[in-house]
Design a protein around this ligand. Structure first.
Ligand code: NDP
Length: 284
């Protein structure tokens, strides 16, 4: 455990969020710091809405080595940092802050790249794929942006609220909206990759689509990771599809954060084991 020998020169990193106390990030990051022998420790900072700029000033003043950013601060941080990476600029959303050698702060968004890394880890290359993305919220936007950059051939966004779907699909040159109704069903049936980026299935056995649309030619990825084995992934496996769970995205967005802060890729398997241990200790 990184925190077992914290000294005067240990670098502090952390997550800002509201709430932050249920975050899995400390478990993932500290396990990887310890495995790498890095003299870093990662904590959670509960920062109320509107407090992100103050948190960034504290980062500068206290020499905090790296920050993760979660709800509701991602857009405010995008406004407050000195520079943005292309994904963070496109999404106007920052989940990672890097303190550069000159003291300036750069905002990155590693969620989408983390999702693509989780696909690749599962042996799935999104280049040339026809993709149906269910949902148009923050996670869906990161996924659409990243899959567009990764060379998906088609990105069809299916969402309950049409305006959000339009804004999400516009993030990729190959993005379009389908549905609701038969057009959405066709888009799912004809896709190579189906991504659930809605919150449907989180803490419940609900499905975000009609399971009869699933078939053995699909890769089905669920961003929901609590439960890890969602009803959607069970239905997909029953239909013969390849499945990718949501923990992969969580792990790889965190791994990319550590790579940005330390300049070396951490052991993603260590992070996944730590996350599984933490999830197993939680109810439901
Ligand atoms: P948002 O609140 O930004 O978006 C939620 C999306 O789900 C919207 O598109 C919303 O549709 C849709 N939705 C919610 N309820 C329903 C419903 N009953 N029927 C149909 N659609 C519904 O959330 P996020 O994008 O941040 O997160 C979405 C999910 O992804 C969550 O479960 C979250 O835990 C997970 N996630 C996982 C990550 C990982 O690392 N694995 C990272 C980030 C998120 P509408 O626009 O119509 O409201």
């Amino acid at each position: 455990m990184a925190g077992s020998r914290i000294t005067a020169v240990t670098t502090v990193a952390g997550v800002i969020g509201w709430p932050a106390r249920h975050s899995l990030s400390p478990a993932l990051h500290n396990a990887a710091f310890a495995a790498a022998g890095a003299d870093w420790v990662y904590v959670a900072f509960e920062v109320p809405p509107g407090g992100a700029r103050g948190a960034l000033e504290a980062m500068r003043a206290l020499g905090i080595g790296g920050l993760s950013v979660t709800m509701p601060h991602k857009a405010e941080v995008a406004d407050a940092v000195d520079a943005l990476d292309p994904a963070a600029a496109a999404l106007h959303s920052v989940n990672t802050v890097v303190r550069e050698d000159d003291g300036s702060l750069t905002g990155h968004s590693t969620d989408g790249a983390g999702f693509v890394a989780s696909l690749r880890e599962a042996g799935v290359d999104p280049r040339g794929a026809r993709v149906a993305v269910l949902g148009a919220g923050a996670a869906a936007r990161a996924v659409v942006d990243a899959l567009g950059r990764a060379g998906a051939a088609e990105l069809v966004v299916v969402n309950r609220t049409p305006d959000a779907a339009e804004r999400c699909a516009a993030l990729a040159p190959v993005g379009r909206v389908a549905g609701p109704g038969p057009a959405a069903a066709d888009a799912v049936r004809e896709a190579d990759l189906v991504v659930n980026a809605t919150s449907v299935g989180m803490g419940s056995a609900e499905l975000p689509l009609d399971a009869r649309l699933l078939h053995a030619g699909h890769v089905v990825a669920d961003l929901v990771y609590h439960p890890l084995r969602t009803a959607l992934l069970d239905a997909a496996a029953a239909a013969g599809a390849c499945t990718v769970d949501g923990l992969g995205m969580l792990v790889h967005q965190a791994a990319l954060q550590q790579q940005l802060w330390l300049g070396v890729a951490p052991d993603a398997a260590v992070m996944r084991t730590a996350a599984l241990r933490e999830l197993a200790a939680r109810p439901g």
